[in-house]
Design a protein around this ligand. Structure first.
Ligand SMILES: NC(=O)c1ccc[n+]([C@@H]2O[C@H](COP(=O)([O-])OP(=O)(O)OC[C@H]3O[C@@H](n4cnc5c(N)ncnc54)[C@H](OP(=O)(O)O)[C@@H]3O)[C@@H](O)[C@H]2O)c1
Length: 253
């Protein structure tokens, strides 16, 4: 794999890395204010979860696809494979998850921030894969590619299955919290987050590029602490919460 020297890619990747570190630091005390942490006074400026998740995630699906259409044809298989993993995830998140969610309404500022963030990240990953990175034929036969794609698919399966379990905890219109059971929830409170972290770590391993590693790092910093906050919340909420369950890393953390 080789990569062109593109200063926009370099600066955007470092923005993701530094932004991720800042988010991690901030979440040591308070979690991002949506879902179970939505402040009471924000209720007036919230939008239904399905609409919110569609609006905030769809830019990450559309930007790489528009860049692909705009850039013509003749791309290497490696480029299309990696772009495919990105589009597969955001196709699921914006078109399937968004329409099935039973989550509580989302504050407007979270929607605006997430949509802007997803647009930038979609442009960064799409532009770098389509216009900068070159994956030669030897790259296609490397163990790292197979391992990365395998990790991505395992992570995606865990993420989708965990979303399914969480959805099943509520009837339509309910906003109560129950103890999730089954799948990786038997081991960790943040099974959906663990799945997503594995996905993007797999993507980074397969791609081996700065933007892909920056995105995986940002994801760890963004939802790793959220899993820890959820774990604490479950322990406070439920006296019978399974004592052996960890927050995000099975048997460890
Ligand atoms: N890559 C990234 O940086 C990034 C950032 C954020 C999110 N995400 C992904 O987006 C997805 C959703 O994130 P999230 O932060 O909304 O996850 P979450 O807090 O676990 O909530 C997921 C959904 O399940 C519901 N839910 C959670 N726990 C429940 C329980 N015990 N009982 C009943 N319902 C429950 C939530 O409802 P409420 O909304 O009412 O709590 C929400 O609809 C995840 O797969 C995550 O990995 C990725």
């Amino acid at each position: 794999m080789t990569s062109c020297r593109d200063s926009a890619v370099f600066y955007l990747s470092w923005t993701l890395l530094l932004g991720g570190a800042a988010l991690f630091w901030r979440q040591r005390r308070a979690c991002a204010l949506y879902g179970r942490y939505t402040p009471g006074q924000a209720q007036g400026r919230c939008y239904p979860a399905g609409l919110a998740w569609f609006l905030q995630e769809v830019p990450a699906l559309l930007t790489p696809l528009l860049l692909l259409l705009w850039s013509g044809t003749g791309f290497e298989t490696g480029t299309l494979l990696l772009l495919g993993t990105f589009v597969l995830h955001y196709g699921y998140r914006s078109l399937i998850y968004a329409f099935l969610t039973r989550g509580r309404p989302v504050p407007l500022h979270i929607i605006v921030f997430s949509a802007a963030f997803c647009s930038l990240n979609g442009v960064l990953q799409g532009h770098h894969l389509l216009h900068c990175a070159h994956f030669d034929h030897t790259w296609m036969t490397r163990t790292r590619l197979a391992a990365g794609c395998f990790l991505f698919l395992v992570g995606l399966s865990i993420n989708v299955h965990s979303d399914f379990i969480l959805r099943g905890l509520r009837k339509p219109g309910e906003h109560v919290y129950r103890i999730p059971r089954g799948g990786l929830f038997e081991l960790v409170s943040g099974a959906n987050f663990l799945g997503e972290i594995l996905e993007w770590c797999g993507y980074a391993v397969a791609a081996g590029t700065l933007p892909a590693f920056a995105w995986a790092f940002f994801t760890v910093c963004s939802i790793g602490p959220r899993a820890v906050h959820h774990h604490r919340d479950y322990r406070q909420r439920f006296e019978d919460y399974p004592p052996s369950r960890k927050a995000i890393i099975p048997f460890l953390l």
